[in-house]
Design a binder for this molecule. Structure first.
Ligand code: ADP
Ligand code: ZN
Ligand code: ZN
Length: 739
């Protein structure tokens, strides 16, 4: 007879160590149960921690006398399915990140903290007093009456159902105040996942265009293929996703839809809910912690049939996943920039392959990585070249800024077109790629510039509220009245930010709503949605914004897009500059003329004849991308090669440099530099000093992904053992997107 005393568990803990830890199974646990993927509370040193059980075994490689018992098993059912564990394992391995921290990244915060994993749903039920009311009561509050009538016929009203009845939380709160209803938590019932096919759709799908039809007929649902859907803006990619998902749901499987960060989710979710009758769960940072936990569990249990979310949704457990969609696959927000530096897109490709299911990467402007894979046959290439419905592609023209007077970033010719657009009762977008009022404050007398004391950066001038702001370390300062160097009062804003254009346009178009959309104007939850409601009303207005505006919004009434300055991307020192510039131009331009009104795009530039801009505008993104690929190949750059960045930072610059020198030496002793393996560095990061810390990096470029992975696996382990590694703040970034 075995007792729990003889059983050990291997546990992954959220600590920056690359090994797992053995504990004894708690005495009350059942050794025959499957605890793999369950959370367990343990003491680690003097700290209580929540870890994940990886395996259960009767022998340990450590001295059994020294192994302590775990405190408590926290889940009845594994939080991590075997499939998700495997995915996290791969991610930890590929991105050189500790497994325990990787698993922790996958979980919503309350689960990380050890809170209950029993799913609950918020609901309302009638109090005794409420039950005593007749159906005709509450006549003067129509919404309350509807809720009452519903509750007289049903045991409870779920928040989700309340939304469908158009009853909001204020209504329910008012009834609660009257003592008619009370809040309860319900355990969700398990719906049969296989909705009958005719009950699946709430609205009928659109008749597909020829191109959509041809693309959809190429999808195969029963094995792994990665499809690159290269579809012009407005060509009906979303309709393609909806119909591909409908087939998946009909086969009784779930769908996972990944979309970029910021603002897009409610729009996308609304479109899916309008189409499908099944439950759609959202996973992104605007969903409350408890709701996110519930949605995560609903995905695991199969109650959620469609999961829509940002990067973090790629790490959620799914009971029966049948398709993955990555919309706007080129978007930078799919790559996490700290901790586990994973690419949600690449992770999802691995996941689809493991599950033998299709994955669709959609974009009007595919990343060069995906483009390369499509051209070389690793991905299936689907194309939608024409806009769906009545919309025509916008006409794009360049505005030569040389020698022209600019007001708030706009030249007279552009303002004249803006004016005509508004006169015609249409809407316009002005795209400015910096937030704030001006990117710097300059003394006209001596040339002094307001700089951040902690970073190698200028302070940005903001007018509302009036202050100087560092966009790198977030430091804020009052605006100087006199130059600290020469005492002159002649301090002037220099350069252009969204606030400046906003202010000037408000004076120039006093009767037209001017709406600014950037990180500052949309800080509050939902404010972006409220602002966009004005735009959706279709009345004339001018939108001013940063790249936030470029992301997938569908406004049918936009007739004009002005791009104030596209030169930065052309002149960028980062080899990805031109790729990003082109994506931005095409995406922003794609906001114009999506409805019946023809669209017009003006691109202001000081180098309108730049060969790359010329290529993009005359030949389009597809040929532009091919040309960039040729250049990348000649220069031994991704996607023809594979990169890893080791970053280090310290208060004294020498510490970070010493660490990276050691790292380089360790790595090159394993694999010396060659034609197929290049080391560069330590070199300073693009911005060397941020928040009083000096930042350096070591670039490793390899001809083969396999060789790079092998080098990292062995090399990082050796680096880890060095004393310098414990004293320095450092990180590994595989497939870095920003260098
Ligand atoms: P994308 O995601 O490629 O930017 P959308 O899917 O948002 O494009 O489609 C743009 C517009 O075209 C939407 O108004 C959509 O309803 C419409 N549309 C898409 N497919 C069709 C179709 N097959 N027939 C008619 N209209 C369509
Ligand atoms: Zn001065
Ligand atoms: Zn700073």
């Amino acid at each position: 007879m075995t007792t729990t005393q003889d059983w050990f568990i291997s546990v992954a803990l959220p600590v920056p160590l690359r090994n797992t830890f053995d504990y004894r199974l708690p005495t009350e646990a059942d050794p025959t149960a499957n605890y793999m993927g369950c959370r367990v509370a343990v003491n680690f040193g003097h700290q209580a921690m929540v870890g994940i059980i990886l395996s259960c075994h009767q022998t340990s490689t450590y001295d059994p006398a020294k192994i302590v018992a775990a405190l408590e098993i926290l889940d009845h059912k594994p939080l991590f399915t075997a499939e998700l564990l495997n995915l996290c394992w791969w991610a930890a391995d590929y991105y050189q990140h500790p497994l325990g921290e990787t698993l922790s990244t996958a979980m919503p915060t309350p689960l990380r903290q050890g809170k209950s994993s029993a799913p609950t749903l918020a609901a309302w039920q009638l109090t005794t007093e409420g039950k005593g009311l007749p159906e005709t009561a509450l006549k003067r509050a129509k919404k309350q009456q509807i809720a009452l009538q519903y509750l007289l016929h049903n045991d409870f009203l779920l928040d989700a159902d309340a939304r469908k009845l158009d009853i909001n939380s204020t209504t329910m709160a008012a009834m609660q105040k009257k003592g008619l209803v009370e809040k309860v938590e319900r355990v969700p019932e398990h719906q049969a996942p296989k909705d009958a096919a005719d009950q699946l759709l709430r609205e009928s799908p659109l008749a597909l265009t020829e191109e959509q039809e041809a693309a959809l007929s190429q999808l195969s649902f029963h094995r792994y293929t990665c499809y690159l859907l290269e579809g012009a803006t407005g060509s009906g990619k979303t309709e393609f996703y909806l119909q591909a998902i409908a087939r998946t749901l009909q086969a009784g499987k779930q769908a996972l839809v990944l979309i970029p960060e910021i603002g897009l989710t409610p729009q996308t979710v609304a479109r899916f809910e309008q189409r499908f009758a099944c439950s759609v769960a959202e996973l992104h940072s605007n969903v409350s912690d408890s709701q996110r936990t519930n949605n995560w569990l609903a995905a695991r249990d199969g109650r959620a049939r469609i999961v829509i979310g940002t990067r973090l949704a790629s790490l959620c457990p799914m009971q029966d996943l049948g398709i993955i969609i990555v919309d706007e696959e080129h978007d930078l927000s799919f790559k996490q920039q700290d901790g586990l530096r994973y690419s949600a897109r690449d992770l999802s490709i691995y996941r689809a392959n493991q599950l033998q299911i299709p994955i669709v990467l959609g974009s009007a402007t595919p990343s060069l990585e995906s483009f390369y894979n499509a051209i070389h046959g690793r991905f299936a290439h689907l194309r939608l070249t024409r806009r769906a419905g009545a919309a025509k592609p916008p006409t794009i023209s360049r505005v030569d800024l040389r020698g022209k007077t600019l007001t708030a970033g706009l030249c007279d010719a552009s303002v004249a077109v803006l004016e005509k657009t508004i006169e015609r009762g249409q809407q316009a977008i002005v795209f400015v790629n910096r937030r704030g009022y001006a990117p710097s404050l300059l003394c006209h007398h001596c040339g002094w510039i307001a700089e951040c004391p902690s970073c190698d950066a200028n302070l940005t001038l903001h007018k509302a509220p009036y202050h100087l702001h560092c966009h790198h370390c977030d430091a804020q300062k009052p605006v100087n009245r006199h130059c600290p160097q020469c005492n002159s009062p002649d301090l002037n804003p220099r350069g252009l930010g969204t606030e400046q254009t906003e202010q000037w346009l408000e004076e120039r178009f006093p009767d037209t709503p001017i709406i600014r959309i950037d990180r500052d104007s949309t800080r509050q939850k939902n404010s972006l949605q409220e602002t966009l409601a004005v735009v959706k009303s279709g009345k004339p207005c001018i939108l001013i914004g940063t790249q936030m505006l470029a992301k997938g919004h569908h406004f049918p009434n936009i007739a004009l897009v002005v791009i104030a300055d596209c030169d930065q991307g052309l002149m960028s020192a980062d080899y990805r500059g031109p790729e990003r510039m082109a994506q931005l131009v095409i995406q922003v331009a794609g906001r114009a003329g999506r409805g019946e009104i023809p669209g017009q795009v003006l691109i202001q530039s000081h180098s309108p004849d730049h060969p790359l801009l010329d290529l993009l505008l005359t030949k389009g993104y597809h040929l532009f991308a091919r040309q960039l690929l040729n250049e990348r190949q000649t220069a031994f750059l991704p996607p023809f090669t594979h990169q890893c960045l080791i970053r280090a930072e310290s208060k004294r610059p020498q510490n970070a440099i010493d660490f990276l020198k050691m790292a380089r030496q360790q790595l090159s002793s394993l694999m010396p530099p060659s034609q197929q393996l290049q080391y560069l560095g330590p070199i300073p990061a693009r911005m060397e000093r941020v928040n009083e810390r000096f930042r350096y990096q070591l670039h490793i470029t390899a001809g083969s992904r396999k060789a790079l992975q092998k080098l990292l696996k062995e090399g990082i382990e050796k680096i880890d053992q060095q004393a310098l590694a414990r004293r320095t703040r450092w990180s590994v970034d595989v497939d870095p997107q920003e260098v």
